[in-house]
Each structure stands twice: as structure tokens, then as C-alpha cells.
Design a protein around this ligand. Structure first.
Ligand SMILES: Nc1nc2c(c(=O)[nH]1)N[C@H]1C(S)=C(S)[C@@H](COP(=O)(O)OP(=O)(O)OC[C@H]3O[C@@H](n4cnc5c(=O)[nH]c(N)nc54)[C@H](O)[C@@H]3O)O[C@H]1N2
Ligand SMILES: Nc1nc2c(c(=O)[nH]1)N[C@H]1C(S)=C(S)[C@@H](COP(=O)(O)OP(=O)(O)OC[C@H]3O[C@@H](n4cnc5c(=O)[nH]c(N)nc54)[C@H](O)[C@@H]3O)O[C@H]1N2
Ligand code: SF4
Ligand SMILES: [Mo]
Length: 702
């Protein structure tokens, strides 16, 4: 028995915690993971870890995880050789495109794509060859309004100002629950300690949320808000800042501020209070507290992007930081200076260059909103989608009206999934191509170093040997690209391995050959605990990518949405609306097959305020029927005074009982899919992002 210690960043969520993983070489020459702990020497995560990281070994050892390509014959799955699989995919996709046009093949890319560097570097090597406009991803059930806002205001969709949590005196959080999610678009390992540090240095944390979330519970102040009311609250804040002269000049060059001032002139705290349920005096006081803090940052996340005014919300977040002088300021919101800078190396984005065929939803960054995916498959006519490629995604459980998508996938001519499991989505595929597990692959975080609260970087080598016959995700894409190019008689440019690309990127970057750091892959190999490149600092003025290099405070597309905001119907007094929630032991839809994570108290219940239970004659623990425009599910209800009256909460990603799912532990878990209730027609009209929060529902005894 020989033990080896490895250091590595966890790839499961955005916090990128450093881990110390011990492997044991057994007498029979097999290698086993013997422990997973937080890496105390990681200067960024300082030993922090959550229960999911320990389950990395369960992913590795899971007998349900696919280890070879599979072909579906009826309801049976049979192994198939890689080359044969690539050839089948190439032939079927090319045939469909030749008969029905390029857009007849759609692509959906899921969340783990951004946590897997080979998928980032190479998925387009193949997918780009397809030249389809029907590209979709989890972005449009998540952070699309962030990108669109940054694209319109700063000229690049990835110029996302990050909350400077370690230096701020006042943090206003809307629609984020970092104590459960470990932070999002704010890579911040050990977030609880960092929030408590704000309080310890005399600062304040305020959380706006329809539920007293885990984060709200440790905040100095929790403001309950009607789901979807955040734009109103933010307008009320902005109005107060202007009206009471609480603004501070910014060093940034800005266009359009006078237009903004005029546009919000009638949106005083009283008027906005009616729209969001927050008392006018509380709105005013919040604006005063924010403006009088030495430094302050307004941070909005998932709960305010996946709602009907998602883009307005994120625009207002930017404006509140801007007009109080906190944009591009220490303790406010700052853009990162990552070692591998996707802002420097990519074009800004692109918006509305084409629209979805059926509903006319706008393209952003080459993708269409995923709420349109099912109808693009189900609506007949020229341009109908007839084939789908899913990559590390489970849209049946993750996107609105999952049942409709289920039905649509059933009717496809061909579907291939690059995935690790036979789950709710991939069970519809003709072929599943599984990659190596994460621990069998190197790791570099191309995405979340971009959004980290310090400039950090690290590269970690694979911990376990690549099994014979296995392929990394990027190699699968290279195989597919070669087979497709050959069949289509198209030229294919040669490519290099992801690690080499990272090396080139590092050398060309801010800390590369031209700097004192001289960062390269070699340097990172020598720093397995990661490298700290310093705190965030003001830089936005020089990084702006707008045509005139000035911040655009009043983008036309966004201002146009004020009309929709003004016309919005106020919610009925007795209306119930559904929101989501996350739990630290779960990860979207795909980490429910590990006993270590699913054990303990059930977490799938619908949370409801005791008064709402009583008024419906329901009791705690009872099975209830929850219905929306699109569907109905049955779940247990749990009374919770943490909920706002009129609001119910259900986590997404559950409901693994669909026939054909081959995940034994997950299938036995109670719970249903929240997205059997969410409505593909309910969205942020500006971006097309799904409004997963604030869905009208009724609840009755089952
Ligand atoms: N109602 C509601 N719906 C939501 C949300 C919500 O809050 N409420 N949240 C939304 C958000 S923020 C997101 S990001 C989406 C997520 O939506 P998706 O990305 O569609 O779903 P995931 O559950 O992340 O599914 C990940 C898939 O990737 C596979 N996988 C994991 N690792 C790898 C890998 O390394 N390689 C490959 N090839 N496959 C891998 C898993 O087996 C699984 O099938 O869900 C959204 N849906
Ligand atoms: N443990 C765990 N960690 C995760 C994930 C996971 O599934 N599990 N998923 C990862 C992914 S893909 C993402 S995108 C991030 C998301 O990370 P976060 O953005 O922090 O997402 P949530 O934890 O869902 O928190 C959203 C909060 O918004 C609130 N909310 C809902 N509707 C509204 C509203 O209308 N207004 C306001 N103000 N609040 C509202 C909810 O009650 C909830 O507390 O988490 C990542 N980390
Ligand atoms: S918070 Fe947990 S899942 Fe997220 S990176 Fe850290 S250890 Fe991994
Ligand atoms: Mo997400």
C-alpha cells in the first residue's frame, strides 16, 4: 500500500475550492481514493470544503456512470466502439442537414461544460462545423441577463463586475443564496466567513429574498420581496439616490446618465412599493444606508435574473453601483484581471442577429433562449429541428416545461448525448458518448477564475490514470469533428490539446511572457495549491469595449423595456407563486446518485408559509398537488415561516422516476421536477431568459 497526496481544485461549483486528495495504491495494483479534504495551503479557499467535494469519489466509483459509448436499440442499451459511434453520428447528422438544412440540427450545452476545460476549448471544434443557428445552453435558464447587460453597457458580455466582498462595507444581495450555492458569478470559496468578516469590520449585509434563506439568516437585515418585484425595488432605490442627492461622481466615462435620471423620475419609493411589497420608507432607508457606507456593492444573482424583468434587474444593479461611485472601486464592484482573459481573447457577444423560428426570441452570443427548444422541435415547417446534440446537460429537468421537451425529444429523428449517465434527457438519445471522469482529467478553470473575488489561477494534473479505451470530452469532440469533416468532405484545421492552449493563453496573457510573472503551464505545475495574483483593482475604464470606450448607462434595448414594466399586471392578493432553492448537498440535477449526498433529512418538499397552509386546510407533511399553466406534480408540503406569504419554494433537479433512467439511487429519491411546473412562455422579454421564479401555481390536497 502506497499513499499519494494530490492537490486539486474542485470543479463541481463556482467556488473552485482547493482539495487535498489522497490515493492509495493497493497490493493488487489498483488505485483507490482514500480521502478528500480541504487544502489548507490553498491561499484562496483556505481549507474550505463542502460535502459535495467528498462525493467526487462516489462519481468516480458509481457503477451507473457510463464508461463506454452506448447505442440505444428500443429500450435496451448496447456498447458500441468509439469509431463506429463517431461514424454513425456524422452520417446521421449530415444526412439530416442535407435533407432539411443546417438548422435542423440543434445543440444544447449544459452547466458542467464551463467546469471542464476540455469542453471549453474543444466542443466548438465539432459543434462549429455544424453551422447551425439552433444553439442553446443553460445560460438562458441562468445568467443571460448578466451577459446581455454587460454587453450593452460595457461592450463585452464577460466584463462582469464582481462584488469585492473582502473589502466592502455594505453588501446588498438580491436573489442569491451563497450559503447554499457557495456563490455564483462571484467565485468565493468560504463565503460564510467572508460575509461574517464584513460584519466583523463593522459593515452590513442585507439580503432581499422571498424566503429567509440560509444567507438571509446570517444577514444584518432581510427584506422580504414579492418574487419578480426586484426591478421595482431597484427603481425605488435608484430614484431615492437621485432624489435625495445621494449620488457620487464616478471616474468612469459614462454616456446616458441624464436619460436614466429622466426615465426613473416618476418611479418614487411609494409607487415602487406597490409593485414589490417593500414599504416605501424601507426602500428609502436602504438607499440611504447603501449610499452612506464608505464602500458598498449591490450584488444580484440567479433569483433576479431568472424572472420576468431579469435584464432590467441586472441593469439597475449596475446603475446603483455606478451612481454611488461603487462601480470599479475597491469595496464595490470590480472586474477581474485573470491569467487567461476571455475578454481579451473573444469578441464581445452579439445580440439579436437572428431570432428563433417559431417565437422570434433573440440570439445572444450565438445562442437562442432554451425556452424555445421544444417548440422548435414540435412545430412543423421549414427549419424544424429534427436532431439534437446534448453536451453535459439535462434540459428535461433543467429547463421550463420539461414534459413538453420530453415529448419533443421522443419525436426526434436522431439524438446524441455527450454525457456520463442515462438520465431524464439522455434516455431519449440514440447514442451516449461518455467521457473520462473529472479526476481522470487535468483541470484548469477557464471560466471561474474570470469571476473570482481575487485574481487567482491554478492548473492541476489528473489524479487517476485514464482507463484504457476511455476518451476525454475534448477527444470525443475531435473524433466527432474528424468523422463529420470526412463525411462532409470539409477541411478540418488541426488542433492542439487543451493543456497546450492553456499554456499559450497564459504566456500571451497579462502575467505571461511580457510580464514579471512569466506564467506558463510549467509555473502552474509547480504551484499545485494555486497562485494568488492579488486583489481585484479598478481597471474598467481601460477595459471598456463599447464603440466609444464609454459606459453606456442607457442602452436603447433596455430602456424600451420600461414600457413593459409600466404595463405589468400587479399580482392578485390570493395568488401563489413558485420560486426555487438550492441545498449545499445537491448540484442541479445530476448529483443525486450518491448515497453520501442524498442521505439525511429529505430536502425535496414544497415549502409554504403556515398561514397559506391553514387557509387551504392543508397540514405540514401532507401530499399536495401543485399545478401551473403547463403541468401538475404531487409532492409533500412543509410548513415554513421562513417563506413569505403567497410564495412557495421547490428545489429543481429532482424527479428521477421517469422510465428508463438508469441511476439507481437517484431514482429512489422522493421529489418531482420543479420544471414540470415552470412555464416556457414566462420569460424576461429582453433577453429571452426563462422566468423560473415567480411562476403562478395553485396548491391543493392530493
Ligand atoms: N426551476 C429551476 N430550474 C433551473 C434552475 C433553478 O434554479 N430552478 N437553475 C438553472 C441553472 S442555474 C442551471 S446552470 C441549469 C443546469 O442545467 P443543465 O446544465 O442542463 O443540467 P445539470 O443538472 O447541470 O446536468 C449536467 C449534466 O452533465 C453531465 N455531466 C456532468 N459532468 C460532466 C462532464 O464532465 N462531461 C460530460 N460530458 N457530462 C457531464 C451530467 O451527467 C448531467 O447529465 O438548471 C437550470 N434550471
Ligand atoms: N449546492 C449547490 N450549489 C450550486 C448549485 C446547486 O445546484 N447546488 N448550482 C450552481 C449553479 S448552476 C448556479 S447558477 C448557482 C446559483 O447560485 P445563487 O444565485 O446563489 O442561487 P440560489 O441558491 O438558487 O439562490 C437564489 C435565491 O433567490 C431567491 N429568489 C427566488 N426568486 C426571487 C425573486 O424574485 N427575487 C429575489 N430577490 N430573490 C428570489 C431564492 O429564494 C434563493 O434564495 O449555484 C451554483 N452552486
Ligand atoms: S463549495 Fe463544495 S462543490 Fe463548490 S468547489 Fe467548494 S468543495 Fe467543490
Ligand atoms: Mo447555473
Amino acid at each position: 500500500m502506497t499513499k499519494t497526496l494530490h492537490h486539486r481544485a474542485c470543479h463541481l461549483c463556482e467556488a473552485i475550492c482547493g482539495l487535498t486528495i489522497e490515493t492509495t495504491l493497493e497490493d493488487d495494483a489498483s488505485v483507490r481514493i482514500s480521502s478528500i479534504k480541504g487544502d489548507a495551503q490553498d491561499t484562496f479557499s483556505r481549507g474550505h470544503i463542502c460535502p459535495k467535494a467528498v462525493a467526487l469519489q462516489d462519481i468516480q466509483n458509481d457503477p451507473d456512470r457510463l464508461r463506454q459509448p452506448m447505442r440505444r436499440v428500443g429500450t435496451q442499451w448496447q456498447p458500441i466502439e468509439w469509431q463506429e459511434a463517431f461514424d454513425v453520428v456524422a452520417e446521421r447528422l449530415l444526412g439530416i442537414q442535407q435533407r432539411h438544412g443546417q438548422n435542423a440540427v440543434a445543440v444544447y450545452q449544459g452547466n458542467p461544460s464551463v467546469h471542464n476545460y476540455g469542453l471549453m476549448t474543444h466542443s466548438n471544434y465539432f459543434l462549429g462545423l455544424l453551422k447551425t443557428r439552433n444553439r442553446f445552453s443553460a445560460t438562458s435558464v441562468d445568467q443571460l441577463p448578466h451577459h446581455l447587460t454587460s454587453y450593452l453597457m460595457y461592450g463585452h458580455g464577460l466584463l462582469l463586475p464582481i462584488a469585492d466582498i473582502d473589502h466592502t462595507d455594505f453588501m446588498l444581495i438580491l436573489g442569491g443564496n451563497p450559503l447554499a450555492s457557495n456563490g455564483s458569478i462571484m467565485t468565493v470559496p468560504d463565503v460564510e466567513k467572508r460575509l461574517k468578516a464584513i460584519q466583523a469590520r463593522g459593515g452590513k449585509v442585507v439580503v432581499v429574498d422571498p424566503r429567509r434563506s440560509e444567507t438571509a439568516a446570517i444577514a444584518n437585515q432581510h427584506v422580504f420581496i414579492r418574487p419578480g418585484g426586484d426591478a421595482a425595488l431597484l427603481f425605488g432605490l435608484l430614484h431615492t439616490l437621485f432624489a435625495e442627492g445621494l449620488t457620487r461622481d464616478s471616474h468612469l466615462p459614462v454616456d446616458g446618465l441624464e436619460e436614466v435620471r429622466a426615465a426613473v423620475a416618476h418611479m418614487n419609493a411609494e409607487a415602487m412599493s406597490l409593485r414589490c411589497g417593500v414599504p416605501a420608507e424601507q426602500i428609502r432607508q436602504l438607499a440611504r444606508d447603501f449610499a452612506s457606507a464608505e464602500s458598498a456593492v449591490c450584488y444580484g444573482r440567479m433569483g433576479i435574473s431568472t424572472q420576468t424583468f431579469g435584464t432590467l434587474c441586472h441593469w439597475l444593479v449596475q446603475l446603483i453601483n455606478l451612481v454611488t461611485g461603487n462601480l470599479d472601486r475597491v469595496g464595490g464592484a470590480l472586474c477581474t484581471e485573470p491569467a487567461l482573459d476571455l475578454v481579451a481573447s473573444t469578441s464581445g457577444g452579439g445580440f439579436n442577429r437572428w431570432q428563433s423560428r417559431v417565437s422570434g426570441l433573440p440570439e445572444y452570443g450565438g445562442e437562442l433562449p432554451v425556452s424555445a427548444l421544444a417548440e422548435e422541435m414540435l412545430s412543423e415547417g421549414e427549419g424544424q429541428v429534427r436532431a439534437l446534440i446534448t453536451v453535459a446537460g439535462n434540459p428535461v429537468l433543467s429547463t421550463p416545461n420539461g414534459r413538453k421537451l420530453d415529448e419533443a425529444l421522443d419525436g426526434l429523428e436522431f439524438m446524441v448525448s455527450i454525457d456520463l449517465y442515462i438520465n431524464e434527457t439522455t434516455r431519449h438519445a440514440d447514442l451516449i458518448l461518455p467521457s473520462t471522469s473529472a479526476l481522470e482529467n487535468d483541470h484548469y478553470d477557464t471560466t471561474f477564475n474570470m469571476f473570482a473575488v481575487r485574481n487567482v489561477t491554478r492548473f492541476n494534473r489528473a489524479i487517476l490514470a485514464k482507463p484504457e479505451g476511455a476518451l476525454h470530452d475534448w477527444e470525443i469532440f475531435v473524433g466527432l469533428a474528424k468523422a463529420f469533416a470526412l463525411k462532409a468532405e470539409r477541411e478540418l484545421k488541426p488542433t492542439i490539446a487543451p493543456a497546450q492552449m492553456i499554456d499559450r493563453g497564459l504566456r500571451a496573457g497579462l502575467y505571461g511572457d511580457a510580464s514579471d510573472f512569466k506564467l506558463s503551464l510549467e509555473t502552474l505545475y509547480d504551484h499545485p495549491h494555486g497562485l494568488d495574483l492579488g486583489p481585484l483593482k479598478p481597471n474598467l475604464a481601460s477595459r471598456l469595449r463599447t464603440a466609444n470606450q464609454r459606459v453606456q448607462a442607457a442602452p436603447e434595448v433596455i430602456l424600451a423595456d420600461l414600457v413593459r414594466f409600466a404595463m405589468a399586471v400587479l399580482p392578485q392578493a390570493d395568488e401563489l407563486v413558485l420560486i426555487g432553492r438550492r441545498h449545499v448537498r445537491s448540484n442541479n440535477s445530476w448529483m443525486h446518485n450518491y448515497h453520501r449526498l442524498v442521505k439525511g433529512k429529505p430536502r425535496h418538499q414544497l415549502l409554504m408559509h403556515p398561514d397559506d397552509l391553514a387557509s387551504r386546510g392543508l397540514s405540514d407533511g401532507q401530499r399536495v398537488r401543485v399545478s401551473s399553466r403547463v403541468g401538475m406534480i404531487e409532492v409533500e408540503v412543509m410548513g415554513s415561516s421562513d417563506m413569505m406569504r403567497g410564495v412557495v419554494s421547490l428545489p429543481h433537479g429532482w424527479g428521477h422516476g421517469r422510465p428508463g433512467v438508469q441511476m439507481d439511487i437517484a431514482r429512489d429519491q422522493p421529489g418531482e421536477s420543479a420544471n414540470d411546473l415552470t412555464d416556457e412562455r414566462q420569460m424576461d422579454a429582453v433577453s429571452g431568459n426563462a422566468a423560473l421564479n415567480g411562476v403562478p401555481v395553485t396548491v391543493a390536497a392530493a
